[in-house]
Design a protein around this ligand. Sequence first.
Ligand code: SF4
Length: 327
Amino acid sequence: MSLTADVRPHMPTPPIRHDWSRQEIGALFDLPFPELIFRAQNVHRQHFDPTQVQISTLLSIKTGGCPEDCAYCPQSARYDTGVDADKLMALDAVVAEARAAKSAGASRFCMGAAWRSPKDRELDQVCAMVEAVKAVGLETCATLGMLTAPQARRLKQSGLDYYNHNLDTSPEFYGEIITTRVYADRLETLGHVREAGIHVCCGGIVGMGESRADRIGMIEALASLPVHPESVPINMLVRVAGTPLAGEPALDPLEFVRTIAVARITMPRAVVRLSAGREDMSEETQALCFLAGANSIFYGPKLLTTANPARNRDRELMAKLGLSAMQ
Ligand code: SF4
């Protein structure tokens, strides 16, 4: 059953804002939990059917050996995580994975490559993949590292629908996590992607030892982009052995839910994706995330190199919650 217009809340839709202050965002985080969820639900229902969840599948098309030093990432060549460096996948193997994802119910196919930035020859190969995956009948997304403006235009010409490039955390905490590039580099690539006319997928990771003030700073950075990202993945850190963040204490799941709710309220039209970290998340936490306004998941047993819930577990959870796949 799909929610019809007559059961959506009858209240004026507030304008989309890009001027959220840290104080206002902090005040949302501080709300009593029921009040926060109520507000997030109201915003969510003004823009989305709360029973529908967008399903994406993520494939690592080029794994490991990355020169960057992102402290959370098992694909960095600097950390001994047991992830071997592979070459770029062959086109036909990518298309086979895309067909399987479509049969399993995905509407979007995301391709990730562990590069600081793609070389033009590599980009041509990815563009051929984008064209082939679109021909399968899926939306396409890529995450390939930093792009120049001409590279973003080249991807747009190939038909790419979304480009993922996360801000990861607050500008202040960024240097604690990554030293091989700076926040401004991220914003520059996001600008090239937006100018090329590609939808933006941009979010962050929580549970990396950042403070709530950093989570507030991350949401402020996302919500003050000139156009909100169409897709906002909120990841819970997966503490991979061998990475510098392997021993980080777990973040309180309710703080994760609060982060989702604040993302929903501040970026009302964005699809908020419950992203990495679901493998270790209880069904109850995930249900709270959907109540808080999350309306997208990655589907399939693997997220790049880390585990994700098996498809049958996700199907069972969605059935229990009465959720269906957004088309
Ligand atoms: S997150 Fe991306 S850029 Fe950073 S080390 Fe991993 S693959 Fe490289």
